[in-house]
Ligand binder design. Structure first.
Ligand SMILES: [Fe+2]
Ligand SMILES: [Fe+2]
Length: 168
């Protein structure tokens, strides 16, 4: 069924997808990851990003309002796939490797967000929605920074784990 027939409708749908992602990360994914991981740096990183993500939800809601629309989530199937992949991998992984799994999943998720925001920003810019561009750019900046940090932690953890396992 064709429900999306204008660029604005497409934009609002995609904005609803990213709202869904940010809400899931805030309410469910980041709090769970914080409990699962053992590495203090990784846990602190998730804690900090949870704070940022609360603001991301508000920024996306405000973007809807600036467009004169009611904030509405759309089930984001791509994100659900990433979440499922993480759960599938985590449940078959031993405790010593759980941090590596979490860091990898977090990096993939941040990159998913980054690409989603870049697409949204390009559209908002084309519509001439300057304030919406500014709001979404704030989220993009945090997610880029988080991706960089989590990738650098993942590198360190990879080295440490490889070293530990070579002793066995
Ligand atoms: Fe985000
Ligand atoms: Fe994020």
């Amino acid at each position: 069924m064709t429900e999306i027939t204008t660029p604005r409708e497409l934009f609002l749908h995609e904005l609803g997808d990213i709202l869904y992602v940010e809400e899931k990360l805030e309410q469910e994914v980041l709090p769970t990851l914080m409990q699962q991981v053992r590495d203090a740096k990784l846990r602190k990183g998730f804690e900090k990003h949870l704070e940022q993500t609360r603001q991301h939800v508000e920024n996306v809601e405000e973007a809807f309002e600036r467009l004169g629309a009611q904030p509405r989530t759309e089930e984001c199937i791509g994100f659900e796939g990433l979440k499922k992949e993480h759960e599938h991998l985590a449940e078959q992984t031993s405790e010593e490797l759980v941090d590596l799994v979490a860091a990898g999943s977090a990096a993939r998720t941040e990159h998913y967000e980054i690409v989603a925001y870049e697409g949204l920003i390009a559209k908002a810019r084309a519509f001439g929605e300057r304030e919406v561009v500014d709001l979404l750019e704030k989220n993009l900046k945090d997610d880029k920074e988080t991706a960089r940090q989590v990738e650098s932690i993942a590198k360190e953890l990879s080295k440490e784990t490889a070293k530990e396992f070579s002793k066995v």
